[in-house]
Design a protein around this ligand. Structure first.
Ligand SMILES: [Zn+2]
Length: 503
């Protein structure tokens, strides 16, 4: 049960105050090993099975930097239009936390590997908002505390806690924006769009799956308000570890309303971390935020500085893939679709399956139709993501080919897709097993049409008298008789021919 603070209606808050945000996103890299030791970074192992003296912080253990971790950080920095440091160091961020066995986190402080960049994000209406990037730096994840005995899994009410250090030392890249100003009432939308675009960038680089639901990407939402028309920044709150796009948007919106309530009643905002609650979209107080100086940062003496050669950085720059926004703009042009439709495909997670289906030979409009229609509906109903459905882009392409060849109509194609999803085999096997074929045998079709005309004499007369629209009822009768396995357009043609009417 969370206690909800007084809130000012959103529109009222914006009428008086200007929101300024800062977003800090942690991305867990998908490296094979940890950042400073050779332990496996894979998820899902038995607790504490993937640890060694280095990531447990035992005396005398010496860390070594993961080269792929550095390379991934540089590639992320380049994709975010950052400058790459020619020389930088790791630092120790000193604080005690039970899930951090070294009592310091190896991070970067005043010498990040990447700095001064930007990411353009597209909003729902198609406009582009530029988010300036302060820095992207390398660090390591902490372990995990499991609080046992309480109702909520939080430490409050727990009888004891267990510690799992498998995650301790997994490479993280922390990406920090500069203050995001000028978004006004769209601040929550900008926050969401930024995290969404950043996730796309990370995925396009192949450095992480960036699954927020698996904790591979988490966002801290810093927010402050200042009276409209003023410059100095207000005191900020920091909502920690928000783990879905929707929650990022809700957290920003909630904090705008909460800050406005505090400020407009003459109160002061406490600089603190806050927890976000999925159930009702609220935030509650966490801990009073430490200042950077409290961490007693100092350069890490056990690691050599990182000095990436210029030629290497330029090589990595040359090897960057086409970035997501540019790719979406190109596809929009190629497919002739609007910003909104593209956004829907992106939100549905349909973009990559659609492209793969086109690559497998399907026409673009057909690929879009099936993934955004039948398959999206199925995914929705079964609570799965599109890429978790047991059907491949090649199989969808095969279905579109059968439709194009006239072997299937849309109705039959849906049944074929149902069959594939039900595990009955690939499209041709399902067609075979279920006997799904358009009746293209003109003789059989002609007989079915004759029977429909004979059985619906009154309607047939109407059509003969020129009421062509009435043909729909006869088409329906034929489709029923052929169990949907006829080409409806051809059936209508035949009916009109036999009744001597032209359309
Ligand atoms: Zn280790």
């Amino acid at each position: 049960m969370t206690v909800t603070a007084d809130l000012v209606p959103y529109e009222d808050a914006l009428a008086s105050y200007d929101p300024v945000m800062g977003l800090e996103v942690h991305v867990e890299l998908g490296t094979r090993t940890k950042m400073f030791c050779g332990c496996s970074a894979a998820q899902g192992a038995e607790p504490n099975a993937q640890t060694c003296p280095t990531c447990l912080g035992l005396p005398g253990a010496l860390p070594v930097v993961n080269a792929i971790g550095v390379e991934s950080a540089i590639r992320i920095g380049l994709a975010l239009n950052c400058s790459i440091a020619e020389w930088c160091r790791f630092a120790r961020k000193n604080y005690f936390y039970p899930d951090m066995p070294k009592n310091f986190q190896t991070s970067q402080y005043d010498e990040p590997i990447a700095y001064d960049g930007y990411l353009d994000v597209q909003l729902e209406d198609g406009s582009v908002f530029r988010v300036e990037i302060e820095r992207a730096h390398m660090e390591e994840d902490t372990g995990k505390s499991l609080h046992i005995g309480g109702a909520t899994g939080r430490i409050h009410g727990a009888s004891h806690s267990l510690l799992d250090y498998n995650r301790a030392g997994i490479p993280l890249i922390e990406i920090v924006t500069k203050p995001i100003e000028g978004a006004g009432e769209r601040a929550p939308e900008v926050a969401r769009a930024y995290v969404a675009e950043l996730r796309e960038v990370i995925r396009s680089l192949g450095v992480s799956e960036a699954r927020m639901d698996k904790g591979q990407m988490r966002c801290d939402v810093n927010l402050s308000l200042r009276p409209n028309g003023t410059k100095p920044l207000g005191t900020r709150s920091e909502t920690k570890n928000v783990n879905s796009l929707r929650s990022v948007e809700r957290a920003a919106r909630y904090e705008i309303q909460r800050h406005a309530a505090v400020l407009s009643s003459g109160g002061t905002i406490v600089q603190e971390t806050r927890h976000f609650h999925e159930e009702d979209g609220s935030t509650t107080s966490g801990r009073i935020k430490d200042n950077a100086e409290d961490y007693r940062y100092f350069p890490e003496p056990d690691l050599v500085p990182v000095a990436p050669p210029k030629e290497w950085v330029e090589q990595l720059r040359g090897e960057l893939p086409e970035l997501p926004l540019a790719r979406r703009n190109r596809l929009r042009e190629e497919w002739g679709v609007g910003a909104h439709e593209m956004q829907s495909m992106l939100n549905a997670g349909a973009l990559d399956p659609i492209v793969a289906t086109i690559d497998a030979g399907a026409p673009a409009d057909q690929a879009r139709k099936w993934w955004m229609g039948e398959l999206a509906r199925n995914a929705n109903e079964s609570g799965r993501a599109l890429d978790e459905l047991p059907i491949t882009p090649a199989q969808v392409a095969r279905v579109t080919a059968l439709v194009a060849a006239g072997d299937l109509n849309d109705k039959l194609a849906r049944q074929v897709i149902d069959g594939v999803l039900a595990g009955e085999g690939d499209p041709d096997t399902v067609v075979e097993k279920r006997g799904l074929k358009v009746v293209s045998d003109e003789g059989a079709l002609g007989t079915a049409v004759d029977e429909a005309i004979a059985g619906n004499a009154a309607i047939a007369d109407k059509i003969r008298a020129g009421k062509v629209a009435a043909a729909g009822a006869l088409v329906g009768a034929v489709m029923k008789a052929t169990r949907g396995q006829a080409d409806a357009a051809r059936v209508k043609q035949l009916i009109l021919e036999k009744l001597g009417v032209s359309e």
